[in-house]
Ligand binder design. Structure first.
Ligand SMILES: C=C(O[C@@H]1C=C(C(=O)O)C=C[C@H]1O)C(=O)O
Length: 650
């Protein structure tokens, strides 16, 4: 074998190539802006996915000839095209709003230099080739005041994070401001362990960090139990502390880019629990902007519907009638008016479009309050994909995937295309056929039945129809306990539901249950889903807190496909930072679910909602069409559980 050339020489060559790649990317960006100028004249849409497909197919072919993996080529170009599309959008948006064209923007954001808000603001200004004057603020109110008073041109407010969910305080701030939303931007939140140049990751004894990154990196931290945590008010403060310390054993959690501002090195990368960890920010300004029709636009509205049953559904039907897609729905309390909520809606439409104008007029007629917070260019650039044929996947795999694609065109078993009306469920005294709602209460399977009859009687009198026994499979005398408890419940015409936490419990516990509840931690367990699908016992499938709606429904399809059609869904909240332990309720999914699926759906707000907000949320859950509630007696006070059970039947 030939002796390789010296390492330093090879590296020099790579450096030269990388520099060439960068200059070519910069040239490509300039040409893309030139294309935007043509599009301004011909008034063409920014996005041309047909052109993208042709370009990707040609590059995949060319790359293949040179031994490059097609997936790698596609992934690389998807990012290049995303950047190119966003640059074109920024250019055209600027041209349509000449008053925003300035040399400098003064931007108010949370924290100090190096914070994620700072990085988002920086990215926004860079894309517009504008110098940023940064104004770090202590809290969201301060950001809004800085813009309202004219001290800053723009304010950056983080609105949601892929692992933490929505940021409620920002929604509350938006209720009262006169500012308009003029943009959005999403950044990758890549948590790194940041230390001094001389620090070593194995020798860190203390980590400084803001509570958000701490919770988002909980798994990494759990693997390093010896490291002490010190909470800081912001990531920037954490980084500054490390910079000022003489101790090489201290580190901060933050972004690599932010760390560089404090001369810190990334000792370890990818600390976040979730692989994709992104934050979306909205940009607020004193004056609303126009979005040219060539750009994909988003509108954010707030509205209050009043207390009439079905009022929210009626408002959402207006969107449906006008063929408008709602990409987000949030509800927040209205201060001073207990039990009333303000709804926040993101709609994929331009404010000036005919459907949006018609919908707004209709909403004004049927709601108590409706206001547009802003219309702005949507920054989500859905990557263009190539077909497998274009990726030139080997024939065998291609055939398999083709078969899969063929079956995918048939209606899914969970869908309304498969079965139009809500699937009725009748188990003993519990009847769910769309005409009434269920109230189920869960608690740990008691050791004896002492006191159970009193409790059962009280719950029954509040409208509860069934009891879910938690942790039933964890005891040596499970069978005796369950049989005794089920006898008591039967006396009060309550159904016995048994929660399954592990595959082995299924056959063991099924004989004692009227209904089995498959816990969210088992939602991805294909074997268990198939086994449960072969039973003739009705099932409740709980959503895994990390699962998307599609994944949840795919698991439901496994059960239905195996034969068992007596299936209910139950959502106990999705993973989110603000309510770390319990997650956050995904009400937007509830609306979508009722629309797309015939399966009855229950919501368990016990972990995601603070007790004082429960009644309000239950109100919203019912209004959005849920078929019932699950309430946890080990988490919530009994009086509240009874009150909520009664509330849903009213
Ligand atoms: C550059 C263009 O605009 C967009 C960006 C593209 C790119 O960067 O290659 C391709 C198609 C368009 O979606 C174009 O239309 O050619």
């Amino acid at each position: 074998m030939d002796k390789p050339q010296p390492l330093s020489q090879t590296r020099e060559q790579i450096t030269t190539i990388d520099n060439d790649i960068l200059s070519l990317l910069a040239k490509r960006r300039d040409l893309s802006l030139e294309v935007a100028r043509s599009k301004e004249v011909d008034v063409r849409p920014v996005r041309d996915t047909q052109r993208e497909k042709e370009l990707l197919a040609r590059l995949v072919q060319k790359g293949r000839e040179q031994g490059l993996d097609p997936h790698f080529v596609v992934q690389l170009y998807q990012s290049i095209i995303e950047d190119s599309v966003l640059n074109q959008q920024a250019y055209l948006h600027g041209r349509a709003n000449p008053e925003t064209q300035k040399q400098q923007y003064c931007v108010a954001y949370l924290g100090a230099r190096g914070s994620y808000s700072f990085l988002a603001a920086n990215r926004y200004c860079q894309r517009r080739q504008v110098e940023m004057i940064d104004l770090g603020c202590q809290n969201f109110d301060e950001i809004v005041q800085a813009v309202e008073s004219g001290h800053a041109d723009y304010g950056f407010l983080p609105i949601e994070n892929t692992s933490s969910g929505s940021i409620n305080e920002v929604y509350d701030v938006l209720q009262h401001t006169s500012l308009a939303i003029v943009g959005e931007t999403t950044i990758e939140v890549g948590h790194c362990l940041l230390g001094k140049a001389e620090a070593q990751s194995g020798k860190i004894h203390t980590i400084y960090a803001h509570p958000q990154p701490i919770s988002q990196c909980s798994r990494y931290l759990a693997r390093h139990p010896g490291i002490r945590l010190e909470y800081c008010a912001s990531s920037a403060e954490a980084m500054e502390k490390v910079q000022l310390s003489d101790d090489p054993g201290v580190a901060a959690i933050g972004s690599a880019e932010g760390g560089a501002l404090y001369q810190l090195e990334a000792l370890e990368q990818g600390l976040a629990n979730q692989k994709v960890n992104q934050s979306r920010f909205i940009v607020v300004s004193r004056k609303a902007v126009d979005v040219p029709e060539q750009l994909p636009a988003k509108c954010t509205l707030i509205m209050a519907t009043g207390q009439k049953p079905g009022a929210l559904v009626e408002a959402l039907l207006v969107l449906k009638a006008n063929n408008l897609n709602m990409s987000k729905l949030e509800s927040r309390p209205i201060p001073g008016t207990p039990w009333e909520e303000m709804f926040y809606l993101d709609i994929d439409a331009n404010l000036n479009s005919a459907p949006m104008q018609t919908a707004l007029k209709e909403l004004e007629r049927i709601t108590r309050f409706v206001k547009v917070l802003g219309c702005y260019p949507s920054e989500s650039v859905k990557p263009t994909q190539l077909s497998n044929h274009q990726l030139l996947i080997e024939p065998d795999t291609l055939k398999q995937q083709q078969q899969q694609a063929d079956t995918e065109t048939e209606p899914k078993r969970h869908s309304r295309a498969f079965k139009q009306l809500t699937s009725p469920l009748q188990v003993k005294h519990l009847c769910l056929d769309g005409s009434q709602r269920a109230a189920l209460v869960q608690f740990a399977l008691p050791q004896t039945t002492t006191g159970l009859d009193n409790l059962a009687k009280e719950l029954k009198s509040s409208g509860v129809q069934g009891i879910i026994f938690d942790g039933a499979g964890r005891h040596t005398d499970t069978a005796t306990r369950l049989a005794a408890a089920a006898r008591v419940l039967d006396q009060f015409q309550l159904v016995t539901i048994v929660a399954i936490e592990q595959e082995a419990q299924l056959s063991q516990l099924a004989p004692f249950a009227d209904i089995l509840l498959l816990r969210g931690n088992q939602m991805f367990n294909q074997d268990l889903l198939e086994q449960a699908g072969r039973l003739n016992t009705p099932l409740i499938l709980e959503r895994n807190s990390m699962a998307s709606l599609e994944e949840w429904l795919a698991s439901a399809d496994v059960i239905l496909g195996a034969g068992n059609q007596q299936l209910l869904l139950c959502d106990a909240g999705v993973s989110a930072f603000h309510h770390q332990a319990g997650g956050t309720l995904d009400l937007a999914s509830l609306v979508e679910l009722k629309e797309v699926s015939h399966l009855p759906v229950l919501v368990n707000p016990s972990y995601a909602v603070a007790p004082e907000a429960l009644s309000r949320q239950v109100h919203a859950i019912v209004k959005l069409g849920a078929d019932g509630l699950v309430l946890d007696l080990d988490t919530l006070p009994q009086a509240l559980v009874r009150q909520m059970a009664a509330q849903i039947h009213n």
